[in-house]
Design a protein around this ligand. Structure first.
Ligand code: M7G
Length: 332
């Protein structure tokens, strides 16, 4: 059985970031750097205690696997993901790897290339302790398109999200600088229009091709797109413009290469905006869930209460209890 310190370490070591390397990464991206990453601190292997219970989903194409298991008697989810190959390591990859020939035919050959360990990294994400909802979230499931009228939101969705949704403690930890403070890329501290911009935990920050940041509002009472109205225009414009400027400044990616959007419905009901690189098919960037911030601004500008009056569509997973509520109400 682990003591409390072990558990805290398990949470912080895995989530704590390697942000100091942001500058070095930028140089790498610009072709200046050629050093191996030494800024990630080595930590104890807390995953050694992980006992696999089930594979929740896996994808040969995306090269990832989502695993449910137990650590110290409690549920945990581990996501393992092969990371993209960076351009600047190519010469090392070619010169320092060993090769095994698999087949040769005419001008075609395939090999098993064994790269040196530091070029063969796997990104690991740990959710511990994981709730039943986390286990469900990562389990591959069929989904259904929900048609949520303004009235349905008030009578079915709102009461449900008030009691059933994921904790947003991780969001408050970021806003209060109790976690990930060293990863913050930009902050506007204004209590009404301010926000914190930082890398999404899906992004390893090693290459900008799959750039993914999130902007989290300081204001705490906006749950989702449904709550946004004309009074929030200054906040939304601020997030869009300062977020774009900070990303250009830090990562050299211009606004013409950014997809800036909100999810409806989000998993975490505290206003946050996703910034991903155009061309990168980020999970959840499809039209059934992603709402471009620029469109959101225009919609609210043309109708102050647009999002309180419209029917919104969003995908729900087969095992989502909200889907069951809509079924019970005869809406699906
Ligand atoms: P969402 O639209 O509420 O839900 O987005 P989704 O996860 O279904 O997309 C929340 C975003 O926050 C996602 O892109 C997550 O990857 C990201 N995220 C979640 N957690 C728990 C953390 C965290 O602890 N740190 C950071 N930096 N990002 C997180």
């Amino acid at each position: 059985m682990a003591d409390k310190r072990d558990l805290e370490e398990a949470e912080t070591t895995v989530f704590s970031a390697q942000t100091k390397k942001r500058k070095a990464d930028l140089e790498t991206k610009n072709g200046k750097g050629n050093e191996k990453d030494e800024s990630s601190d080595e930590c104890e292997n807390v995953l050694r205690t992980f006992e696999t219970s089930a594979v929740l989903s896996e994808s040969a194409r995306e090269k990832n696997i989502f695993v449910h298991g137990k650590m110290w008697g409690q549920d945990a989810v581990v996501i393992l993901e092969k990371t993209p190959i960076q351009r600047d390591v190519l010469s090392q990859m070619f010169s320092e790897s060993s090769l095994k020939l698999q087949m040769k035919n005419d001008i075609y050959s395939t090999f098993q290339l064994q790269a040196p360990a530091h070029l063969n990294e796997i990104k690991a994400t740990l959710v511990f302790p994981a709730t039943q909802k986390h286990i469900q979230k990562y389990q591959r499931q069929e989904s259904f398109l929900l048609e949520e009228t303004a009235q349905d939101y008030l009578s079915i969705t709102l009461p449900f999200i008030q009691e059933q949704r994921f904790s947003v403690q991780w969001v408050y930890n970021i806003l209060e600088k109790k976690a990930e403070s060293e990863r913050i890329v930009f902050e506007d501290p204004d209590p009404e229009t301010g926000f914190v911009l930082l890398p999404d935990f899906k992004w390893n920050q090693k290459q900008v091709d799959d750039l993914y940041l999130i902007a989290i509002s300081h204001i705490r009472d906006i749950k989702s797109l449904r709550d946004l109205s004309s009074e929030h225009l200054p906040l939304l414009k601020n997030i869009l413009h300062k977020g774009q400027a900070a990303i250009l400044d830090t990562f050299g990616v211009p606004r013409s290469k950014l997809r800036v959007y909100l999810h409806y419905q989000p998993s975490y009901f505290h206003l946050h905006v996703h910034f991903t690189r155009l061309g990168f098919e980020a999970p959840g960037c499809g039209v059934e869930r992603a709402h471009l911030l620029q469109d959101v601004l225009q919609n609210i500008q043309s109708h102050a209460r647009f999002y309180q009056t419209r029917t919104l569509y969003c995908p729900l997973r087969a095992d989502d209890s909200l889907l069951q509520k809509y079924r019970d109400a005869g809406k699906i």
